[in-house]
Design a protein around this ligand. Structure first.
Ligand code: ZN
Length: 249
């Protein structure tokens, strides 16, 4: 099994297309998506259209919020959420096409386990909502509980910060592992980073290729300016959502 794992596309079609063309050279059989296909960015429909052809896609907190209610969303995220909802219901598209969008969202699972590898958007404990961030390695209670739920490996997204959490309470960023993490037994939780809105200070799109044992972290340049200009030109999306793309925060 050699798969590409993507997450947190956030309706950024320029980033997604750049990642897909990079993936085309990686000899992978399948693409797996860990959720947050939509939210924040200007092209939710286009991103859903692409992702629905992957092997599977999980539910992120943004999919959950657009279908139910984003009670834990801040003001700017909620504004983007309302705009996204309008796009998915837009009378500019025929009804069948809108149904397809909502059917896709309604079909997403919260987590999936294949063999001893688990996939989830946030964390195994609270699948769509809980963040795993580097400082969590100091929170032994949280780490221990989360690792007790992992068979061997667990892939997550959600925090938009790529890296590896080990069962001896370490966080290793992609650079720390020389770009490739090779699993040698024990347990590990791997954050694949974000395609459409990186937050680790590097604006390039992030994703990984997994061959059953090794995880290769990739960063891909894309036309950030085009995405930013689309956001600036969309009154329903706060400018801040464009500003942060160029700095990767
Ligand atoms: Zn996200």
């Amino acid at each position: 099994m050699r798969i590409a794992i993507i997450s947190d596309l956030h309706a950024n079609i320029e980033a997604l297309n750049a990642v897909l063309s990079h993936i085309a050279d990686q000899k992978v059989q399948d693409i797996v998506c860990l959720g947050d296909v939509i939210g924040y960015g200007p092209n939710p429909r286009e991103c859903i259209d692409i992702v629905k052809n992957g092997r599977f896609c999980l539910m992120g907190n943004h999919e959950e919020a657009v279908m139910f209610y984003g009670e834990d969303f801040n003001e700017k995220a909620r504004q983007a959420l309302e705009w996204t909802k309008e796009q998915l219901n837009s009378p500019q598209y025929d009804r069948t096409s809108n149904y397809e969008m909502w059917n896709f969202l309604g079909s997403l699972e919260e987590s999936r386990t294949e063999g001893d590898v688990m996939f989830v958007h946030g964390s195994p404990r609270v699948p769509t909502k809980e963040y795993m961030v580097p400082t969590d390695v100091r929170n032994r209670e949280k780490m221990t509980e989360i690792f007790s739920l992992i068979p061997s490996l667990c892939f997550v997204g959600h925090s938009h910060i790529p890296g590896v959490y080990t069962d001896n309470f370490q966080f290793l960023g992609p650079d720390k592992v020389g770009g490739t993490y090779t699993h040698q037994g024990g347990k590990a939780l791997i954050n694949v980073g974000s395609v459409g809105q990186p937050r680790d200070g590097d604006p390039r799109a992030s994703y990984v290729v997994f061959d059953g044992r090794s995880v290769r972290f990739h960063r891909v340049d894309y036309d950030v300016r085009t995405t930013m200009d689309k956001i600036y030109a969309t009154p329903g999306l706060p400018n801040y959502l464009a500003d942060r793309l160029i700095v990767g925060r």
